[in-house]
Design a protein around this ligand. Structure first.
Ligand code: NI
Ligand code: MN
Length: 227
């Protein structure tokens, strides 16, 4: 499968059966290299309701007819705006046309802004995505957590997409420890250097994770790797 980084936490996975877009945030992303009206998708996986993840999901779903796969209350929120949705719950897995998606625990928050107030919508999640014989773990926004040890014990993870930007999520060192706990063969950092608050050096993550035998590809927005 082709894994393309679209900046921040947005990835496009292309398999022979479907295009899977994760956490689309292009509108308002200063480092985006494409726009929401140009992206194609069959499925849109959304980890939580914050604007830098959920931002363009509904508009892309409405334009393309893609199905939004998200934690239950977030799926309802998207469905109420006219998107086709598939709700899931943490720990639950489901087979789709391209493969399997399982929702994983993320230690974070999840809210939308309504009238200047943050309104909680669903518990945040991550995703284990199995397609074409490969397993990709998308951590979402999360702290380092012992749950990752369990994920590494229960799954053979070929690629982990991990937030490293600090302040709102794991920083580079904790993310390197996450890579070790997940026993992943390969990792790509995300959720950093989009805004001042999450400026970090991805080289710190790469150096520390590679000490654990994990290959790290630091992708620039628009770049991709073949898995
Ligand atoms: Ni967030
Ligand atoms: Mn975020």
């Amino acid at each position: 499968m082709k894994v393309q980084y679209l900046g921040h936490s947005c990835f496009l996975l292309t398999t022979s059966k479907a295009k899977i877009l994760i956490d689309p945030f292009l509108t308002g992303n200063p480092r985006a290299v494409t726009t929401a009206d140009k992206v194609s998708a069959d499925f849109i996986l959304v980890s939580h309701a914050h604007g830098d993840h959920y931002g363009d999901a509904v508009s892309i779903a409405r334009r393309t007819g893609a199905t939004i796969v998200a934690p239950y209350e977030l799926a309802l929120h998207a469905g109420a705006q006219g998107a086709k949705v598939h709700p899931m719950g943490c720990g639950g897995g489901k087979d789709f046309s391209f493969g399997r998606v399982q929702l994983t625990i993320a230690h974070h928050s999840s809210s939308v802004e309504e009238g200047g107030k943050a309104v909680s919508v669903a518990a945040p999640a991550g995703f284990l995505i199995r397609a074409e014989g490969k397993t990709v773990y998308f951590a979402g926004d999360t702290a380092l957590t012992m749950e990752m040890e369990l994920l590494g014990r229960r799954n053979v993870i070929d690629l982990a997409l991990l937030p490293i930007g600090d302040n709102f999520t794991m920083g580079p060192s904790d993310a390197a420890e996450a890579a070790r706990m997940l026993r992943t063969r390969r990792a790509v950092p995300m959720h950093y250097n989009t805004f001042d608050l999450i400026e970090v050096d991805p080289g710190i993550f790469k150096k520390e994770a590679e000490k654990h035998g994990c290959r790290v590809d630091v992708l620039q927005p628009g770049e991709s790797l073949e898995l």
